[in-house]
Ligand binder design. Sequence first.
Ligand SMILES: [Zn+2]
Ligand SMILES: [Zn+2]
Length: 281
Amino acid sequence: MSRPLPPGSIVDCHTHTRFSDGAATFEEMARAAEAAGCAVLVSTDHLTLPAGPMDPDGEVQVVEADLPAHRAAWEAARDAHPALEIVYGFECDWYPGCEEAVARWSAGARVRLGSVHWLGDASDGAWIDDPSDLRVWHELGPDEVWRRYVAAWCAACESPLAFDVMAHPDLPARMVPEGLVATIELAPLWDEMVSCARDCGRRVELSTAGWRKGVGDWYPSRGLLERFRRAGVPISVGSDAHRAEDVCWGVRDAYAHAWDVGYRSADVPRADGSWEPMPLR
Ligand SMILES: [Zn+2]
Ligand SMILES: [Zn+2]
């Protein structure tokens, strides 16, 4: 077992490199993490359906043929930064029927984030968080996008992949800056998400990315985070950094916010595969 981390240690559970849709290398991300005083850095490049409508050119994800090079580059960064604990993980795009492929691609990962960015299945669907393609939002309207998103999110929670963390739980809020705002009361949908996470034993992510993307809020928003807290659903904290300068961005503020909402600890993955609840202060 690893030695417990001191309370309030900087841990970033969600980061990307240029192997998926990030801008930096593992080495650059590790260097930036050290400069930010990071104790544990979790790399979570995207795993997305290849050669299909989700990512036909393999731009967003680590394609299967690149997985050995991905692993080797991660190991090189880990070995070059022995003072930094670097954990190998993936952000897995959940869609109906993804399990077999995702299990194969993510073998060897210590951390698997479960994310719903896509409404639909392997043959047809649409991204919900791409401001350059808002067709699904205009076709279905924000209320129906939210309903379908929550149904997919709950199915992802229940997936046998048993994700370690459900990332950015209320991602449709990403489109608030585009004026795409639900008119229905979201609380009943939030309650469904909370029940699902609790009953499935999932953690949820407190993400700082919304503050960098103009959402002007945390993912999840306070009302949803308070519900997770009351239900005893643990959190992990992540920046969702796609650039070296965003590694660990806002993590200390996230700890303060979580404390304010009533959390006293955040769960932290360790290099040996264990998870520990780290006191926020
Ligand atoms: Zn994501
Ligand atoms: Zn991400």
